[in-house]
Design a protein around this ligand. Structure first.
Ligand code: NJP
Length: 247
């Protein structure tokens, strides 16, 4: 059931996170939005409120453990607890390895890997204590298949896959009833390509997205589906993308 669940969403200021916040709020969830651009969050929360939904926001840099702890506390203060965390914040500044964009490499590790670790560390004690909860992450088809230009991005998303599978196994072993879902999207029209600093890579990827990209609403529907499954059921992995995208 989605209605009345408290859902914390990271990377909620645009793209998949924004679409998911709006969809879940329409279906009766209480959503707590985090990202760095808090002006955008403020606007999205106002839109949700204007349509009768319940939402709160907080500036969040997922690379900071204290920011992650604070957004969980906000969910508890405003809505009395937390039921789901959607760890969705991510960046994809792709390039060939030979370009040696080492700052981009490290930033992807910090946001896409450590951001997920920080979010889980912030929420796990609560989920463990109440013996329920759900962790949903946005990995990528790049976490399933290698491609040139995506060595580091893909590596961070492979990490998410492994981490989420072990989280699922351990929570089952420990009887904490924590449900997991990992989403592997292909081309989705969001702001993701804006962070690509390598010109040739940006142009190549833009062409792919122009040809194939689908709406982030499609991914929001998957998140809603995962949350809506009965509490005794984990639907663990979703690969989702444009019907006409061959790779
Ligand atoms: O992209 P975009 P998506 N701390 O750029 C936030 C994965 N994915 O919706 O902080 C906190 O519109 C950023 O907010 P801000 C992808 O890897 C996508 O496509 O204000 N938040 C924004 O809200 C990512 O994991 C595709 O700049 C941080 C959000 O992240 C997820 O989908 C394909 C942050 C990014 O929104 C959502 O990305 C695929 C930080 N340090 C996987 N840094 C696709 N679009 O095709 C960034 O396979 N954010």
């Amino acid at each position: 059931m989605i209605k009345d669940k408290v859902v914390v969403i990271t990377g909620a200021s645009s793209g998949i996170g924004e679409a998911t916040a709006k969809l879940l709020a329409r279906r009766g969830a209480k959503v707590v939005l985090g990202a760095r651009r808090d002006d955008r969050l403020k606007q999205i929360v106002a839109e949700i409120g204007a349509q009768g939904g319940q939402a709160a926001f907080r500036e969040l840099d997922v690379t900071s453990q204290s920011d992650n702890d604070a957004i969980i506390n906000l969910a508890k203060e405003r809505f009395g607890g937390v039921d789901v965390i959607f760890l969705n914040a991510g960046i994809m500044p792709n390039s060939q390895l030979s370009a040696l964009k080492t700052d981009d490499w490290h930033q992807m590790v910090d946001v896409n890997i450590k951001g997920v670790l920080n979010g889980v560390a912030a929420v796990l004690p609560t989920f463990t204590a109440k013996k329920s909860g759900q962790v949903i992450t946005t990995s990528s088809v790049a976490g399933l298949k290698a491609y040139p230009g995506g060595a580091v991005y893909g590596g961070t998303k492979w990490f998410v896959r492994d981490f989420m599978e072990v989280l699922r196994m351990e929570s089952a072993q420990e009887g904490t009833n924590i449900r997991t879902a990992t989403i592997y999207p292909a081309a989705v029209n969001t702001e993701l390509l804006n962070a690509i600093s390598d010109k040739a890579t940006a142009e190549t990827m833009q062409k792919v997205y122009d040809q194939y990209g689908i709406s982030p609403e499609r991914i929001a529907e998957i998140v809603a589906f995962a949350i809506d499954a009965p509490d005794d059921t984990t639907i663990n992995e979703f690969t989702v993308g444009p019907a006409n995208q061959p790779w």
